[in-house]
Ligand binder design. Structure first.
Ligand code: FAD
Length: 624
């Protein structure tokens, strides 16, 4: 058996799949070691991909040459754009997926990938010589050697599954936990923490009364996740909406004495934005109803996922509680809800490449970094794969910054601030969100994917065509003028707008709030030539021109600070004027730039100025 590789990826979840595929596609010899081959790319919780802040990550991974978007497109059974009324910056796509089709698609991509070996085994130990990774030892006693190891263990390290006061070891329902690795990492000096998450029961659709629920159809206009997918071909399915009620809440309150969370058996921190139903009842006692989305698990299964009622209450309470909900009175539970605790490594242990600061060649990605979510995991896995492959190829690392990509924000937040609770991406975390949106992920990042050798030239050509089409249309709108006394008078009257004082070009007209692209086209008697995403870019360019200018100036200032290097061995302890707390934080995070230093919580603007003065004295140079 071959035992020597360039890169070993541990774990075949969302992070592991992207990491392994990217390494193999960048032509480094790669091994994926995972506990269950059949579960490669498996979705542990929701049968959905995307969502607020997450859709952007999926698009970016696709624009860089990753796989998640394509897997979602091939298994999509419902598409919706969320936050439609909140403006372009916050719009995010979400797809309901067929869980089995998604899983099969990823399994095929990984197992059929040239240059990627896949072995089913459990890694027990990371091997190192001095401060460099050398390989891993597995449960079967095999030693696999590689100078680069990417750990993507998800919820499996020391996983404990809770159903009521019963608990058992497990990484996911029906799968063993990964034991030993967490101890090994702690022995290597890594800061290990424990988080928790949970999932609802899976229920039998044949026992659900959909007729009393509100049907929620997907959007009619379906936009694929991947910039390379022409169309979504699977039949689309509806979700259904129902609600908990006072009786549900009473049952839950009465069951709290057997809740692992409220009897102190689970002490770790859970996902703030995805609380269990018992958490919602306790934290919001005034609310007598919470929404439940009943989501299909796939096309050829009658199993449903009741989104909104994840719980770790005992099975009898689960049954009683769920049957108190309208439409679920006779429901049969196929699989119980459960909570899970698992170990993660503090992301403050990582450099911006996701390589650990302590062990050269050891990378961490996905839920092991303290994040939650498939999309966050895929983005981290992809970037760790790129970093490991480029390290092997002796190429400079690629680091996306906060003004370029959601991925840049995700990684910068994690490595600069660490995390005290499972980290989930949101649009609100992103400073320059009007500039970095879902629709322009291709124009922002395709060139990077192409340079990495992950995307063929046709993807670049598409971006060029898109850019040209928008530029041509902008030129046209600048060149056409409308005058008072013409058809524009009627349009402005209809829209309740001030009449024109003199002639204006169509760009200026479109800049008026309340005037849409469709209005301008109808004025000219023209049809729409642009694709949806070209239209969005055009409208954003025109309607937000002033705001975009301001944002670009902010980015220039941000880049100024980002371009001032802080040497790796910088001695913060001897800098006069910095508090001991700030010195400790800077010494522990070891920021790469003054910009990163400024984002560490507790590092004040005064401290940044002191650092800048000190650096000038030391003659530091900007980044190349
Ligand atoms: P995973 O998808 O967990 O994959 C880990 C992989 O590593 C598995 O293939 C496993 O076999 C393998 N592995 C682990 N240890 C070893 C080892 N030592 N050797 C070899 N292979 C190993 N996310 C949300 O966004 N919202 C939620 O509400 C939510 N709820 C969840 C509820 C539950 C019960 C669970 C289990 C997960 C939930 N998640 C939720 C999290 C979501 O599933 C993860 O964020 C995502 O799957 C993480 O991807 P990953 O690649 O890091 O790890």
């Amino acid at each position: 058996m071959k035992t020597k590789y360039d890169v070993i990826v541990v774990g075949g979840g969302h992070a592991g799949c992207e990491a392994a595929l990217v390494c193999a596609r960048m032509k480094v010899d790669t091994l994926l070691l995972t506990m269950r081959k059949d579960k490669i790319g498996y979705t542990s919780c929701n049968p959905s991909i995307g969502g607020i802040g997450k859709g952007q990550l999926v698009k970016e991974v696709d624009a860089l040459g990753g796989e998640m978007a394509k897997a979602a497109d091939r298994s999509s059974i419902q598409f919706r754009v969320l936050n439609l009324s909140a403006g372009y910056a916050a719009r995010s796509s979400r797809m309901q997926i067929d869980r089995k089709l998604y899983n099969n698609y990823m399994l095929d991509r990984v197992t059929l990938q040239e240059g990627l070996d896949v072995i089913e085994d459990e890694v027990k130990e990371v091997l190192s010589a001095g401060a460099s990774a050398t390989g891993v030892r597995t449960k079967t006693g095999t030693i696999f050697n590689a100078r680069n190891i990417i750990l993507t263990t998800g919820t499996f390290m020391n996983g404990i599954i809770h159903v009521g006061l019963e608990h058992s070891s497990g990484g996911r329902l029906g799968e063993e936990a990964s034991m030993g690795l967490s101890r090994n990492l702690a022995d290597m000096g890594f800061a290990i923490g424990t988080f928790k998450t949970g999932t609802p029961a899976r229920i039998d659709g044949g026992t659900i009364d959909f007729s009393v629920m509100q049907e929620q159809k997907g959007d009619e206009f379906v936009i694929p996740f991947s910039f390379s997918t022409e169309a979504i071909t699977l039949p689309q399915r509806s979700c259904y909406i129902t609600r908990t009620n006072k009786k549900t809440h009473r049952i839950i309150r009465e069951g709290l004495d057997r809740s692992p969370m409220y009897t102190g058996k689970i002490r770790s921190t859970g996902v703030r934005y995805c609380p269990s139903i018992e958490d919602k009842i306790v934290r919001f006692p005034d609310r007598d109803s919470h929404i439940v989305f009943v989501e299909p698990e796939g096309l050829d299964t009658n199993e449903f996922y009741p989104n909104g009622i994840s719980t770790s209450l005992p099975l009898d309470v689960q049954e009683h509680m769920i049957r108190s909900i309208k439409g679920l009175e006779n429901v049969v539970i196929n699989k119980p809800a459960y909570g899970i605790e698992y170990d993660f490594v503090s992301p403050a242990e990582l450099k911006a490449t996701l390589e650990t600061k302590k062990i050269d060649g050891l990378f961490l990605a996905g839920q092991i970094n303290g994040t939650t979510g498939y999309e966050e995991a895929a983005a981290l896995g992809f970037m760790a794969g790129v970093a490991a492959a480029r390290k092997i190829r002796k190429e400079t690392p690629i680091i996306l910054d906060r003004s370029e990509a959601y991925i840049g924000v995700l990684i910068d937040d994690l490595v600069t601030k660490g995390t005290r609770e499972p980290y989930r991406m949101f649009t609100s975390r992103v400073e320059y969100r009007i500039l970095i949106r879902e629709d322009n992920a291709d124009t922002r990042l395709t060139h990077v994917g192409h340079e990495l050798g992950l995307l063929a030239k046709d993807r670049l050509d598409r971006v060029r065509d898109k850019t040209l089409a928008i530029a041509e249309e902008e030129k046209h709108l600048d060149s056409v003028r409308v005058f008072p006394g013409g058809p524009v008078d009627a349009l402005l009257k209809e829209k309740g707008q001030m009449p024109l004082a003199g002639g204006i070009d169509l760009t200026t007209l479109l800049r008026r709030s309340g005037i849409s692209r469709a209005d301008v086209l109808s004025l000219e008697g023209r049809g729409e030539k642009l694709s949806y995403y070209e239209r969005v870019q055009l409208e954003v360019d025109i309607k937000y021109a002033g705001y975009i200018d301001r944002e670009l100036r902010k980015i220039a200032r941000f880049k100024d600070l980002e371009n001032i290097n802080l040497p790796d061995n910088f001695d913060y302890s001897g800098i006069n004027g910095l508090s001991n707390e700030i010195k400790e934080k800077l010494s522990s995070v070891r920021p790469k730039s003054l910009g990163q230093a400024a984002r560490i919580s507790g590092v004040t603007p005064v401290a940044v100025t002191i650092l800048m003065v000190k650096l000038k004295g030391a003659g530091s140079r900007g980044k190349s």
